[in-house]
Design a protein around this ligand. Structure first.
Ligand code: PYC
Length: 312
């Protein structure tokens, strides 16, 4: 019976499962190369950890690997129900709090390596983490898209560690009761993007769609709904999505460097974001909290017909 030890956390409602022992060994080297090894040789382990019956579509997990940079505490590869993420903001906050709960880190500043670059974070020793993400940028502004069943939609394409199509849609109802309708809108937009051949840089697939409405709490700037690659929605405000949003806001002159943007999720959970511009690059900072929800040993019984999870 194979055993994999995990710590589960949630960041603003969005789960992160951190593998702390028993995960695949990827052999070191650049994180993008390690991610390829993971996908080519151990994709069944990815599915076993996040998919039903041990996980669910909403689960995001993190494998800790050898870092490339000697100043980093770990390499981290984030993955979900259908594949691998470049970066994950809520997941980075979850990893930090999971490592803190184990006593592997204390309050202070740390760095991790991801397949899309180094990410620094500041941990308060309890539940709050402020991360400094990889550089974000707006790739295309004001893209008009005809979406079957909806009509014309205008949005921006931006990078925040993953690719996003961001749409201001204030007239929608951003309540949990309306999630099926929000999912439907995002799915249609994603399909229309594919059909129209709209991509990120170097033909990268845009696999996250982000809608923005008015905040429920007047102290905040906006409320969002984010469709993730495997057709689950983000319960948190989405760290990489908020980074992409910050890049668009800065490009439009709607925020200035250092100004705080308070992004509510569909649950009402909050990330505070801001940007610094360094050497002409937009560096987003995201602050949020995570809580430990469980420590477990996953058991992989070779006699179990669904030992490697149910792939959809
Ligand atoms: O927080 O960056 C994020 C994220 C990506 C997908 C789910 N959460």
């Amino acid at each position: 019976m194979r055993e994999i030890q995990v710590i589960d956390t949630h960041t603003g409602g969005e789960p992160t499962r951190v593998i702390i022992a028993g995960g695949p060994q990827l052999g070191g080297g650049p994180l993008e190369a390690q991610r390829k090894v993971f996908a080519a040789n151990f994709d069944d382990v990815r599915s076993a950890v996040v998919n039903e019956p041990r996980g669910s579509d909403v689960m995001v997990a993190a494998l800790l690997t050898e870092p490339v940079d000697s100043t980093s505490i770990a390499g981290v590869i984030f993955f979900n129900n259908i594949g691998y993420l470049g970066m994950c903001g809520h997941g980075t906050i979850g990893v930090a709090v999971a490592l803190g709960s184990l006593g592997r880190i204390q309050a202070g500043k740390y760095k991790i390596d991801t397949p899309v670059g180094g990410v620094e974070f500041d941990y308060d020793g309890k539940n709050r983490v402020r991360l400094e993400n990889v550089p974000a940028y707006r790739y295309a502004a004001g893209i008009k898209l005809n979406v079957p069943g909806i009509g014309d939609v205008t949005g921006d394409v931006a990078w925040g560690g993953n690719w996003f199509f961001l749409v201001d849609w204030p007239e929608e109802n951003y309540s949990l009761a309306n999630v099926p309708a929000l999912m439907d809108v995002c799915r249609r937009i994603r399909m229309a993007l594919g059909k129209a051949g709209i991509t990120g840089h170097q033909h990268a697939e845009i696999d996250h769609v982000e809608l923005f409405g008015r905040p429920f709490n007047a102290a905040n700037n906006s409320r969002n709904f984010v469709l993730c690659p495997g057709y689950a929605y983000d319960r948190s405000p989405c760290g990489t999505g908020t980074s992409a949003k910050l890049a668009c806001l800065l490009a439009d002159g709607k925020i200035q460097p250092g100004e705080i943007w308070r992004q509510e999720s569909i649950l009402g959970s909050l990330f505070e974001g801001s940007v610094t511009v360094r050497d002409g690059r937009i560096i987003p900072s995201i602050s949020g909290t995570a809580y430990v929800t469980g420590k477990a040993t996953l058991l992989l019984d070779p006699a179990d017909p669904f030992v490697m999870g149910i792939r959809t």
